[in-house]
Design a protein around this ligand. Structure first.
Ligand code: 4NP
Length: 162
């Protein structure tokens, strides 16, 4: 069956990419698309490898009925083979992924997550802001931003399937 394999990528793989993973899993389950969309996340950095999602991200998600799980891992070369889309949280993650990509085909799979949110594209603000050193409201903002992008992504998945 046709499908799309998505890898969300941020810096630490404890805030933004696990949030995107949890949000998209939630939306995919709501729409019954579990057999079509497979989802994972990873980080470009190695500081938090093995750690669960940041408690502030997990709590903000839980307040919306979304569970974050998994243990942080770093992006590896095989990720470019095993995924169709590698979606970077910000331009710094995008640049890191482009450096890691082994060839042009792999590089073509690397995009910014917010490219799937038409409003973000129109505004030109395509980064998911890093909430790690900020206040509590940063985690809610990440959820808002990520949910819009994931809904846009699913719109494209549905259109591609039709
Ligand atoms: P994330 O957030 O990339 O959204 O997981 C961060 C987590 C940790 C650090 C930076 C960003 N850090 O510097 O440790």
């Amino acid at each position: 069956m046709w499908g799309v394999r998505v890898l969300f990528v941020c810096l630490g793989n404890i805030c933004r990419s696990p949030t995107a993973e949890g949000v998209l899993r939630h939306l995919v389950r709501e729409e019954g698309l579990e057999d079509v969309v497979t989802i994972d996340s990873a980080g470009t950095g190695d500081w938090h490898v093995g750690n669960p999602p940041d408690a502030r991200s997990a709590e903000a998600a839980m307040r919306r009925g979304i569970t974050l799980d998994g243990a942080a891992r770093q992006v590896i070369a095989r990720d470019f083979e095993e995924h169709d889309l590698l979606l970077a949280a910000d331009r710094s993650n995008l640049a890191a992924l482009r450096r890691l990509a082994p060839d042009a085909e792999a590089r073509a799979k690397v995009r910014l997550l917010r490219e799937f949110d038409p409003e973000a594209v129109a505004s030109g603000d395509l980064d998911v802001p890093d909430p790690y050193y900020g206040g509590e409201d940063g985690f809610d903002h990440v959820l808002d931003v990520v949910e819009r992008a994931c809904r846009g992504l699913l719109d494209e998945v549905r259109a591609a399937r039709a």
